[in-house]
Ligand binder design. Sequence first.
Ligand code: ACO
Length: 401
Amino acid sequence: VIDIRKLYGNTGAFTYDPGFTSTASCESKITFIDGDQGVLLHRGYPIDQLAEQSNFMELSYLLLNGELPSKAELEKFSGTITRHTMVHEQLAQFYRGFRRDAHPMAVMCGVVGALSAFYHDSTDIADPHQRLVASHRLIAKIPTIAAMAYKYSVGQPFVYPKNNLSYTGNFLNMTFSVPAEEYEIDPVVEAAMDKIFILHADHEQNASTSTVRLAGSSGANPFACIAAGIACLWGPAHGGANEAALNMLREIGHIDRIPEYIARAKNKDDPFRLMGFGHRVYKNYDPRAKVLGKAATEVLAKLGKNDPILDVARKLEEIALTDPYFVEKKLYPNVDFYSGVILSAIGFPTTMFTVLFALARTVGWVAQWNEMIADPEQKIGRPRQLYTGHTQRDYVPLTQR
Ligand code: ACO
C-alpha cells in the first residue's frame, strides 16, 4: 500500500495553519496594523489623522500610488475618476434579472462580476496602464453600481451620476434623490459618509483582500477578482458584521436587556456572539471603532436624531470593556460596532451596510491587486493541505458493495 501522505505532501517542510493566523502570504507596503497597540497606518499615515484631515479621494490616491497627491495630482485623479462614473446602459438591464427582494450584496456580486464582460481590454493585466485604467473604472463605477442596487431594491428609477458633485456627494445623490423632488446633500451626512469610506478603505490581508489576491494570482480578470472579494466580504464574520451588529442592537433594544445578551455571548453552548466585538488581529481597541464611536454621537446630534440604540451601544461597550470574559479574551469593539448606528441615522437600510463597506474597500482591493501583479515574486496562490483521508485502496464494483 502506498502512503499518499508520502506521495503528495511532506516532501519539504510546510506549516499547518488553519485560518492563516500566523502565515504571511505576501510582502506589502500599503497598510500596517499593530493589533496589540491598536495602530493602523496607510502608507505610514495614522488612520485617525486621515479620518480627521483627509478625504476619501485623497486616500484612494494614497493607497494606489504610495504618496499623498499634490493639488494638481489630486485634481487630475478626481477628474479621471469622475469621467468613469457612468455604467453601460446594458449593465442597467442586468439588474432587472434579479428579484427585487434580492440581498443587494447578491446583486453586487453579479453586477461587478458582469463588468468583466464589458471591459475586455482589462484582460491585459501585464500592462501597468491597463491595470490603472481597470482600477480607475472600479473605483469610479462602484458607487454607481451600489446606488443602483439600492434603487432597484426600493423600486425607484436609477439616478445617473452628477459629475459636479464630490465622490461621496455623488453617491448620496444617486442613492437618495428621486426625480420628482429636489435633493440637497447635507454636509454633515456627506462628511460622515466620507469618514466611513476612509475607515473601510483597506485593512491589509483580511479575508476578502486575500480572496482578491488569490483570485488575481491566477491572472483572472480584475472585475471578476473584485466580485470574488465582494462575495467573501458578505459573510457575517467579516463585512456582514455591520448589518448583524445593528440588527443585534435593535434586538437588544434597551439597556436593561444587555446582561441577558452578555450571558449568551459567554455561554459555550450558545452559538451567539456579540456582533461588532472581537477581531483576528486587534487585541486592543480597533482604532477605526474609536473614530466611529465619536462620529456616531456627533452625527446623531447634528441630525437631531435620538436613536435609543446609541445608548444600548454605549452601555454594551462599557460593560464589555470591564467584563472579565471580554477583558481576558481581548474582545474590543471593532469597526462594525458603530458604523451601523451612523448609517441607519443617514437613512440606509441594514441590507445596504455591507454594500457600503464593499464600495469603500474596492480601493484597497485594487491597490492590493496592483501591488501583487507588479511583484516579480508573485506566484499563483496555492495553499497546501494536511491530508487526513484514506490511504490508497482498490475500487469496489457496485455489485460487491
Ligand atoms: N462574542 C463572544 N465571544 C467571542 C466573540 C464575540 N464577538 N469573538 C470571539 N469570541 C470568543 C470565541 O468564542 C473564542 O472563545 P474560546 O477561546 O473560549 O473558544 C475566543 O473569543 C476567540 O475567538 P475566535 O473565533 O477564535 O477568534 P478569531 O480571531 O478566529 O475571530 C472574529 C475573530 C471572527 C472577528 C470574531 O471575534 C467574531 O466572530 N466576532 C463577531 C463578528 C464580527 O464582529 N466580525 C467583524 C470583524 S471586523 C471586520 O471584518 C471588518
